[in-house]
Design a protein around this ligand. Structure first.
Ligand SMILES: CC(C)(COP(=O)(O)OP(=O)(O)OC[C@H]1O[C@@H](n2cnc3c(N)ncnc32)[C@H](O)[C@@H]1OP(=O)(O)O)[C@@H](O)C(=O)NCCC(=O)NCCS
Length: 192
């Protein structure tokens, strides 16, 4: 199967102040430490968290629960962002699901389309590799632009169910009949 190994994102109109030219690449390129620092800074600034999200990334990798991770890189290779997609348990096991998050853009380069490119590319790769449903926990105002829906998630049981729990169908109708979606163990006790 042909996967988008390198996808270029040209300058966005909205970013006249700070033009950005970057690529999104599946994998980490062995730059986990750098990714940790970027994620730590982004979550610390936004939510006053960070160590929790870094521990989740580490536990997902250690447990073999990574479905896909991607990095955004500047033309000269500087790390600009990261997105994680992890395996979910589906009940009944009639479809394949992945959880999006954490996702982060470097704090000095936010609002330049990096988050959007990471998530958009990640969703395309998920679709191409047979993921039927993607779940996310986050601000509905942000994730709605990718098609995530809290209404679609509402009938599905999940330890993190609530207004922030949203679902996107990559295969139409795939979430119908899904009774429960469970996050990987890393999300329950990431620092173990
Ligand atoms: C969320 C995040 C990944 C978005 O990346 P980004 O590169 O800054 O986002 P983009 O440039 O692709 O999109 C910018 C748009 O997203 C909006 N946006 C960013 N974060 C948002 C949020 N939490 N809620 C609602 N809108 C948000 C911006 O207002 C902007 O909207 P506009 O295009 O209408 O002006 C980034 O802001 C970040 O790292 N935040 C801290 C960590 C975090 O909150 N992660 C998400 C939870 S897992």
């Amino acid at each position: 199967m042909l996967l988008p190994q390198t996808i270029k994102f040209p300058n966005r109109q909205m970013n006249k102040r700070k033009p950005s030219d970057f690529t999104v690449i599946p994998g980490t390129g062995g730059r986990e430490r750098e990714i940790d620092d970027l994620v730590l800074a982004a979550f610390r600034k936004r939510f006053g968290t960070g160590p929790e999200e870094v521990a989740i990334l580490s536990a997902l990798r250690g447990d073999g629960d990574v479905a896909l991770e991607l990095v955004a890189l500047e033309r000269h290779g500087a790390l600009l962002g990261h997105a994680m997609f992890s395996r979910m348990r589906v009940e009944p096991a009639a479809c394949t699901a992945a959880a999006l998050g954490p996702v982060a853009a470097r704090i000095d380069r936010q609002r330049q389309g990096i988050g959007q490119a990471l998530i958009g590319t990640g969703l395309e790769v998920c679709r191409a590799t047979g993921v039927d449903v993607v779940a996310v926990l986050g601000d509905a105002a942000y994730y709605a632009r990718f098609g995530f829906s809290a209404a679609l998630a509402a009938p599905i049981a999940c330890p993190f169910a609530g207004p922030h729990f949203q679902v996107l169908e990559l295969r139409q109708g795939a979430s119908r009949g899904v009774a429960a979606l469970d996050y990987a163990p890393a999300f329950q006790s990431p620092s173990r």
